[in-house]
Design a protein around this ligand. Sequence first.
Ligand code: MSP
Length: 654
Amino acid sequence: MPKFYLTTPIYYVNARPHLGHTYTTIVADTIARYKRMRGYDVLFLTGTDEHGETVARSARRAGLEPQAFVDDVAAAYQRLWKTLGLDYDRFIRTTEPRHAAAVAKIFQAAKKGGYIYKGKYRGLYCVPCELYVTDPTPEGNCPTCGRPPERVEEENLFFKLSAFEQKLLAHYEKHPEFIQPESRRNEVISFVRGGLRDLSITRTRFSWGIPVPNEEGHVFYVWFDALTNYLTAVGYGATGPAASEFERLWPADLQLIGKEIVRQHCVYWPAFLLAAKLPLPKTIYAHGWWMMEQEKMSKSRGNIVRAEPLERVVGIDALRYFLLREMVFGQDATFGYDALVTRTNSDLANDYGNLVSRVLTMVERYFKGQVPYPSSGADRTAADQEVAEVAEKAITAFQQCFDSYDFSRGLEAVWSLVGAVNKYLVETEPWVLAEDEAKRARLATVLWTAVEGLRIATALLHPVMPTVTERVRLQLGLEAELGSSRLDDLSWGQMPTSARIGTIEPVFPRLEKDAAIEQLRRLEEEMSAPAAPGTQGGAVSAEERTWISIDDFAKVEMRVGEVRAAERVAGANKLLKMMVDVGDEVRQIVAGIAEAYAPEQLVGKKVVIVTNLQPRKIRGVESNGMIVAASVGEQGRPVLATFAEDVPVGARLK
Ligand code: MSP
């Protein structure tokens, strides 16, 4: 069985997953299922990118050790993928020890090749992007995110990227499939032709990273660290049996990325691999962005949509279908609730779902639930033949499109079949045939043809809608699970005779549009409500700041509180649990201040409490409010806000 090694980017842990991350993972999951149905032995990898200055800062702001912080968010990613049924084979975290070994190994290999040297870096650095800014905007900002970079000077190890200009261009030339789509390939070629500068690959400005062997105080640049994950996950740097896998699985067959990380994946990454004398991945595919009203969805713009509310309202299969159908793979697309609900209703509830129910109900009613077979003498018409032809064409077109990652057109091909079966029923009117006993053979042919069309459409749709298609498969009375059947064997005419259909139940109930949109909005708002401190949700770093109006500020209720009691939280050396009188009640509040304050120092102190934050559990302990503190110095030492003169408990701060 040929292997197919497929990867997603590993996601940063300084933010919780949103629809953008979910999209790439859904695409990967779909490809993995599709390739399995094409007979490949698939390995689907995803994971989290956990090092770097931004992560360290976010952890500090959350009052957690970086490791505890990244553990939390990595777990949130894994939980979400599980909830959504995204069936990855491996999940890599860059804080795993095996990964440090792999990074050290590729570094040593590059060093041995003569591609590493020591130099001084002076220049601009964009902290949120983790990128040195060599080509700032005219205003002096980061060209990627538009935010102001910091000026830095440090002694670093450099990677001789400039040595790879010609080798990379030759590879792009020889392997047009290496960077896809074409537009990105052209972009990369012209970037490399413009000349490559050496790349600083170590940092001394922070310690939350993988230490560089024999270079005290240096950690690896996050991208050098992060890109190597694709090797680590398949055994690079390992010893024993894990290592032997590497030969079989590397190079990756397909690496999915978003278009903003093309340079790292299509220039740096192949150069690192060439330096270490490792084969290059076969294809890197950069897809476009989901936009919200012309802007990229991102935390800093505050225009994020998350998958969880979408999944709850329309279901995971409809969400997957929408994302794959609506976005032309490689281009940007606009996300909208209206479009999501409209498409779910028209394509899934009306066209496909209804068709399944109608056809099976007729099989139930006219043939006691047994799929009829057209008897040899039964009259056939051109209409039957037409459906068969459309089905055969759909099978071929679907596979051609999915082989070239053109999901949207692949799904259109399936809908041509769904449309043809619907039209066939309108023309042949089986409900009229059923009234005439003499037309029973014809009725059998018509229903068999419709069921056969549905069987084929359902098998093709399986990689995109794995849950619903399995339910339809059972309703059609088919024995073999769709996931273990082969698309290569799919052809017209294989619907088993006398299959007994299962219980008919609607697979896509119609959504009431306004109510569904309203519910989507409400759930999204609930999800993005501010979280209690000491947890990742409360950590908004300075670089992600957006302006708020006075009305927004007025929503935050802050009151004078007096600490009545305080104690440490067992097993969390940063956390204190306090009972705080806020005027009309005594609240339990958990805060990450234990390293700066002893419990007894706090009792009797007047402090500032945010009193209308959603209650939240921090390390299993309920926290009902947030204590306000300044975050001081590199380590973010908390210093509690208090008052210049005595104030009554419960007074509101405005
Ligand atoms: N950690 C790096 C990747 C390192 S890979 C060695 C990173 N992480 S990220 O959390 O920012 O994730 C970026 C990826 O998430 C994009 O490349 C894309 O796959 C996905 N998306 C994030 N926002 C997106 C949209 N708005 N639309 C579509 N996909 C997007 O970059």
